[in-house]
Design a protein around this ligand. Structure first.
Ligand code: PMP
Length: 336
């Protein structure tokens, strides 16, 4: 029998697939690491499991305990899945811009979900960061997963995502491109890849409105503005985001993310979400500056299934000014 013993054993070992239409006009090849094929349908299964295993080993999470986390949804899904197998309770705190699908998915696992306003400062007591800290303090047997400051988050990618990419490309990787939320994916993967070959370039993707781009370029904190793409970009600098590994940051608009996401699904059959479109749009922008062949790897962070009432809904796209032609996809000129 080659069956896994439980669902947590099938996290990771995701496929790597070449983008064959969207990146056709650039000299480099762009490869997509299909993290949405993880059992919780996102890249965040990896850090969720690592955080729990490391907390158990350190005695911070004990049998019957409650996992508390501020999450945009995907980490919650990974934590909830692990909690189901290991017998923990979960409380998740989410900003109110998150899709209904994400909230319902977490509730399906039996988690308590607390929704907080997006449009408040991070240190406001109503923000989802502050509410998670308070609930972790008030709940007996609670463990705050704290993905924004927990080194187990980037470690998961250092131990697994990086080595998988290195092996799948047989070391033939020139550029790694990833979105930056907590920064766990890019920091952990970059550390591993650069240890293998320091010449590999690491490029972060940032949505316009987030503070990362300016912080990387100037070292200064600017004011964040709201944007619609979910899962990446920040209004704080988490300690899990290690800028030392970054060579460059490219910016993407909501529209570029969403149009690229729709094209990913319709042209390439890659059923990935808005930040995956952001990764690919960012990788294409970076590739357009290159005048030679190279191998670029980027991340398909989560599933399109979480955005059916948004990115894949023509009405929503039109209302927000992202669809201005009749194809329902948007033109290439629009996208780049
Ligand atoms: N895309 C999506 C959909 C996510 O949920 C996240 C995690 N917030 C990211 C990208 C960014 O990943 P990381 O936190 O590792 O930077």
């Amino acid at each position: 029998m080659k069956a896994a013993n439980h669902i947590l054993e099938v996290i990771g070992n995701t496929p790597l697939v070449k983008s064959h239409t969207i990146a056709r006009h650039v000299k480099p090849d762009i490869f997509l690491k299909l993290e949405y094929l993880n059992p919780g349908s996102s890249v965040k299964d990896r850090p969720a499991l690592q955080i729990i295993e490391d907390a158990e080993a350190a005695g911070e999470l004990r049998p019957g305990g409650t996992i508390v986390e501020a999450t945009s949804g995907n980490t919650g899904m990974g934590l909830a899945m692990a909690a189901a197998i290991k017998g923990y309770k979960c409380i998740f705190v989410m900003p109110d811009k998150m899709s209904e699908e994400k909230i319902k998915t977490l509730r399906a696992f039996g988690a308590r979900v607390v929704v907080c306003p997006t449009a408040v400062e991070p240190d406001d007591p109503r923000s989802y960061y502050s509410v998670a800290i308070r609930l972790a303090q008030e709940t007996p047997g609670a463990f705050h997963a704290n993905q924004y400051h927990n080194p187990s988050n980037p470690r998961a990618h250092y131990l697994k995502t990086g080595p998988e990419i290195w092996e799948q490309t047989e070391g033939n990787i020139d550029v790694f491109v990833a979105t930056m939320g907590t920064g766990g994916t890019i920091s952990g993967t970059a550390k591993y890849l650069k240890e293998q070959n320091p010449d590999i370039k690491v490029v972060g993707v940032d949505p316009i409105g987030s503070i990362y781009y300016d912080y990387f370029k100037t070292g200064k904190m600017t004011e964040a503005h709201s944007y619609l793409v979910e899962g990446f970009g920040e209004d704080i600098i988490p300690s899990t985001m290690d800028f030392d590994w970054l060579d460059d940051v490219v910016r993407v608009t909501d529209k570029e993310c969403f149009i690229t996401t729709r094209r990913l699904v319709r042209e390439e059959g890659v059923f990935a979400g808005g930040s995956s479109g952001g990764c690919l749009a960012g990788a294409v922008k970076y590739a357009e500056r290159m005048d030679r062949h190279a191998n670029i790897v980027t991340i398909m962070c989560d599933t399109a299934g979480r955005y059916l009432t948004k990115i894949f809904d023509d009405e929503w796209m039109r209302e927000n000014g992202f669809l201005d032609d009749d194809t329902g996809v948007g033109t290439v000129a629009d996208m780049l």
